[in-house]
Design a binder for this molecule. Structure first.
Ligand code: BGC
Length: 747
C-alpha cells in the first residue's frame, strides 16, 4: 500500500513536471518565433511561404532549371524545397540559405509515399494487410531512411477515401472504408513522426489531399467534387481528423474544387474546419501549383487574386506556383492584405522549423555516413518482405492448388511481369539510377526458393499493353513442358498514380487472352496479378483455379510472392476496396444506403438498385481474402440486449482454425443502425482484429461497442446517437457475414 502511494505520488509529480516542461518548451518556441518574426522584412516573411522543387532526376545535379533559385535562397526568399535527393545536394542548398541575412534554415520535403530506398508495398497494398503495426513500421522505416538522407518532411500519408477504381490515385490511399482508412492514417502519421519532431529519425507527416480529392467525378484525376455535407463529414473527413489526432504536423490542400470552391481557396475547409473547429496548429501547404491553378478553375482572374484567395482561406505555403512570392508583398504594401495573415503563416512554418531543431543546427540531418548506413540496412529489407507478404490477397484456390511444393519437377513462369525488376516498385517510388540490385523480381524470388532439381522455364508470352499474340505459341510450348504454370500479369507501374485515371480497368493488352490460350492446354495454373488498383479479369476468376492479387509490393516483391506461392507464408490479406465486375458498376462500395426497393439477389427484378445487364454484387467484395487454412466462427455473445447511451456492450465470438496450416484471419465486425431519422448504411465496419491461429486452435475475440461507434450526424448535422435497434454482424468479409445478433439502444 505504502509502495503504491509513493509510486502514485512520484507519478503525479512526473506528469506535472512533464506538462510544465512541454508547456515551457511551447512557450519558449513561440517566443523565439516572435523574435525571429520581428526581425524579418516583408519579403523575407513571404519567402518562408515559398516552396520550390529541386530536380527530381538527379541526386547531385544542377540545382535549378528554373530561374535563379540559388540567388533567391541566398536572399532568404525561399522557405522550403522539395525533390532534393540526398544529403550532399541538400547540404549545398542549406549552405546557401546560411548566406542569407537571417540564416533561416530551409526545410526539405519529399514524396516518401511507400518507402524511401527500401520500397514498401504501395499504400493500397499495405491497407490490404489490415495490419496496423506493420503499416506503422513501414512508415517508421521510410522516415528513418528519408531523415538520414536529408528529408524532414514527407508528403504523406494520403488519406483520401476512394470508391472509384478508375481513379489512378487509389493506389496511394487506404481504399474505400472510412474506419479502416482512419486507423491506417493514424498508424502512418505515428510511423513517420516517430517519437516526435526534433528526433533524428522523425519526419513531418502531411495529411493529403485536403479534402475529398478521392471523389473526383467519374474517377478523372483533378476533377470537380460535388458532395453533400453528410458524405463529406461521415466519409471523407474522418481520416483527416484521425491524422490530426495522431499529431500530423502539416496538411496539403487538394487540386479539386469542392462544391464549386477550389480546396486551396476554401475557407470552410481550411479556416472553419481545420484551423477553427479542429484547432490545427501546424501549417498547410498547397498542392503543386494549386494556388495559381485557381485561375484555370475560374475562381480568380490572375496570380495576385490567387495569392489573396489562398492566404485568406488559410493556405500557408505555396508549392511551386510562385503566386505568393510574386504578389503577397505588394498586396501588403498596397494595404490589400493585412500583414497579420502573412505573419500567421510564417509563424506556423517557423514553429515547425524550431521543433525540428533546424535553428539549433541547420545541418543536423546531413550526415553522409548515416545516410549510407540507413540506405543499406538489411533489417529494413526484412521488414519490407514481411509487410509485402501480408499485403498479398489470395482470391481463389480451388482444390488447394497452392501452396506449391518447392521440389516439383518443373514450373513454367509465363508473362510480362515475370522478369521485371523496377515495375515491382509501383508508382510514387523513388528512383535510384543505376541501382536496382536491392529489388527482387518474381523470377528471382521463385528461383531462390525451388529445389536444385526443379526446372524453371520461362516465356514472356506478351508485353503488358501488347496487342500482338506473337508470343503465345512459345508460351504454350513452355507451359506444356511444366507440371505447374504460373502466369504473371497486370498493369505497368505507371498505369496508376497521379493523372493515371483509366476508363477501362480490365487487364491491359492481350494478357487475359494469353491466360486463356495457356489454360487451354489443361495444366494447373496460378495467376498472379500486379496492379495499382482493383482490375477486372472475370474470365480468369471464372476459369483459373488459383489467383493471387499482389498489387505492387516494392523492393521485396519477388521474395514475398515466392514465400506465399511455396507456403512459407500463409496469405492473410483482405481487399480494402470492392472489385467491380464491369466498369458500369462503378462506384460500387459495400457501405451504401438502401433504396426503397432493395434487392436481395440478382433475380429480384423490380426490387433492385442495379442494372438489367449486371449483377448487383461486385466480383470481389470489400474485406474479401482467402487463406490456405479455413476458419470457423461460432458462439456470438452480446454482453447485454439493451444498453443506455453511455453504456458499452461487449461482443464476443470464437474463431477456430479448422484447416491444416497455421494462419491469420481478419475478423470483421459490421454494424447497422436499422431505423434512424436519416437513412444509415446497410453496414459499416466498426472493428476488426487480425489473429494468428494454429491448426485446431480456437481464440475468443472481444469487441467493445460504445457511443462513438453508434453515433452519426442527424438531419441537423449534429453528431450523436438515437435510440433504436442495431444489427451486429461478424464475418470474414463485408458480404460473408457468419454471425449476427441485434441489440437495442434505449436512450
Ligand atoms: C501531388 C502531390 C505531391 C506533390 C509534390 C502533386 O502533383 O498531387 O500528392 O505531394 O505533387 O510532388
Amino acid at each position: 500500500m505504502a509502495k503504491q502511494m509513493v509510486f502514485r505520488f512520484l507519478f503525479s509529480w512526473i506528469t506535472i513536471f512533464y506538462f510544465f516542461s512541454v508547456d515551457a518548451q511551447i512557450k519558449s518556441i513561440s517566443n523565439k518565433v516572435d523574435s525571429v518574426l520581428s526581425l524579418m522584412s516583408i519579403d523575407e516573411k513571404v519567402g518562408q511561404l515559398n516552396q520550390y522543387s529541386g530536380d527530381w532526376d538527379e541526386a547531385i545535379g544542377p540545382i535549378t532549371k528554373d530561374g535563379d533559385k540559388q540567388n533567391q535562397i541566398k536572399k532568404g526568399l525561399v522557405g522550403a524545397m522539395l525533390n532534393v535527393k540526398g544529403v550532399a545536394h541538400a547540404k549545398q542548398l542549406q549552405l546557401m540559405a546560411m548566406q542569407s541575412r537571417l540564416k533561416i534554415p530551409l526545410l526539405f520535403g519529399q514524396d516518401v509515399i511507400h518507402g524511401y530506398k527500401t520500397t514498401f508495398p504501395i499504400p493500397l497494398a499495405e491497407a490490404a494487410s489490415w495490419d496496423l503495426e506493420a503499416i506503422e513500421l513501414s512508415a517508421r522505416i521510410a522516415a528513418t531512411e528519408a531523415a538520414a538522407s536529408g528529408v524532414q518532411w514527407t508528403f504523406a500519408p494520403m488519406v483520401d477515401i476512394a470508391r472509384d477504381p478508375r481513379w489512378g490515385r487509389v493506389m496511394e490511399g487506404a481504399g474505400e472504408d472510412t474506419y479502416l482508412g482512419s486507423l491506417i492514417a493514424k498508424a502512418r502519421v505515428k510511423g513517420f513522426q516517430g517519437k516526435g519532431l526534433g528526433n533524428m529519425d522523425a519526419v513531418m507527416a502531411c495529411a493529403k489531399h485536403y479534402a475529398a480529392y478521392g471523389a473526383a467525378i467519374g474517377g478523372r484525376d483533378y476533377n470537380s467534387v460535388d458532395m453533400s455535407d453528410r458524405t463529406l463529414w461521415e466519409v471523407y473527413l474522418p481520416p483527416f481528423k484521425a491524422a490530426l489526432d495522431a499529431g500530423a504536423t502539416t496538411f496539403m490542400t487538394s487540386f479539386n474544387d469542392l462544391n464549386g470552391i477550389p480546396a486551396t481557396g476554401n475557407k470552410y475547409l481550411l479556416r472553419t474546419i481545420l484551423k477553427g473547429k479542429w484547432n490545427f496548429k501546424g501549417f498547410v501547404v498547397s498542392d503543386w501549383g494549386a494556388v495559381g491553378e485557381m485561375i484555370n478553375h475560374g475562381f480568380v482572374k490572375n496570380n495576385t487574386e490567387a495569392a489573396l484567395a489562398a492566404i485568406y482561406a488559410g493556405c500557408d505555403m505555396d508549392m511551386e506556383s510562385r503566386s505568393y512570392k510574386n504578389h503577397l508583398s505588394q498586396l501588403v504594401k498596397e494595404g490589400k492584405l493585412p500583414i497579420a495573415f502573412v505573419d500567421e503563416a510564417v509563424k506556423r512554418i517557423l514553429t515547425k522549423k524550431f521543433e525540428l531543431g533546424l535553428f539549433d543546427n541547420p545541418f543536423k540531418f546531413f550526415d553522409e555516413l548515416r545516410e549510407k548506413n540507413e540506405l543499406n540496412n538489411v533489417e529494413h529489407a526484412k521488414a519490407a518482405r514481411d509487410i509485402a507478404r501480408k499485403s498479398i490477397v489470395l482470391l481463389k484456390n480451388e482444390n488447394q492448388l497452392l501452396p506449391l511444393s518447392p521440389s516439383l519437377k518443373s514450373i513454367a513462369v509465363i508473362g510480362p511481369l515475370a522478369k521485371e525488376v523496377k515495375q515491382n516498385l509501383g508508382f510514387w517510388s523513388i528512383e535510384w539510377p543505376n541501382d536496382s540490385s536491392y529489388i527482387t523480381s518474381q523470377w528471382q524470388g521463385i528461383s531462390n526458393k525451388i529445389s536444385r532439381n526443379t526446372k524453371l522455364l520461362y516465356a514472356k508470352g506478351a508485353g503488358i499493353t501488347d496487342t500482338s499474340r506473337a508470343g503465345f505459341a512459345e508460351a504454350i510450348l513452355t507451359a506444356k513442358q511444366a507440371d505447374v504454370v504460373i502466369i504473371t500479369v497486370g498493369e505497368a507501374r505507371d498505369m496508376s498514380g497521379e493523372a493515371k485515371s483509366r476508363s477501362n480497368i480490365h487487364l491491359p493488352g492481350v494478357q487475359e487472352e494469353l491466360i486463356k490460350a495457356v489454360a487451354a492446354i489443361g495444366k494447373p495454373i496460378i495467376v498472379i496479378i500486379s496492379a495499382g488498383r482493383p482490375l477486372i479479369f472475370n474470365w480468369t476468376t471464372d476459369h483459373i483455379p488459383a489467383i493471387l492479387y499482389t498489387w505492387w509490393l516494392g523492393s521485396e516483391a519477388g521474395n514475398a510472392i515466392a514465400d506465399v506461392i511455396f507456403g512459407d507464408y500463409n496469405p492473410s490479406g483482405k481487399l480494402p476496396m470492392s472489385f467491380p465486375m464491369a466498369e458500369g458498376q462503378i462506384p460500387i462500395y459495400y457501405n451504401h444506403f438502401n433504396t426503397g426497393r432493395p434487392a436481395n439477389n440478382d433475380s429480384d427484378r423490380f426490387y433492385r438498385s442495379a442494372y438489367i445487364d449486371l449483377s448487383i454484387y461486385p466480383k470481389y467484395e470489400f474485406g474479401y481474402g482467402l487463406s490456405y487454412t479455413t476458419f470457423n466462427y461460432s458462439n456470438l455473445q452480446l454482453s447485454k440486449q439493451k444498453i443506455k447511451k453511455d453504456e458499452t456492450i461487449t461482443v464476443s465470438f470464437n474463431i477456430t482454425n479448422t484447416g491444416k496450416y497455421a494462419g491469420e484471419e481478419v475478423a470483421q465486425l459490421y454494424l447497422r443502425d436499422k431505423f434512424a431519422s436519416v437513412v444509415r448504411p446497410v453496414k459499416e465496419l466498426k472493428n476488426f482484429r487480425k489473429i494468428l491461429l494454429q491448426p485446431g486452435e480456437t481464440k475468443t475475440i472481444h469487441f467493445i461497442i460504445d457511443k462513438e461507434k453508434l453515433s452519426f450526424y442527424n438531419a441537423q448535422m449534429k453528431w450523436g446517437t438515437e435510440p433504436g435497434e442495431f444489427d451486429i454482424m461478424v464475418g470474414t468479409s463485408s458480404k460473408k457475414i457468419l454471425l449476427q445478433k441485434s441489440f437495442t439502444l434505449i436512450q
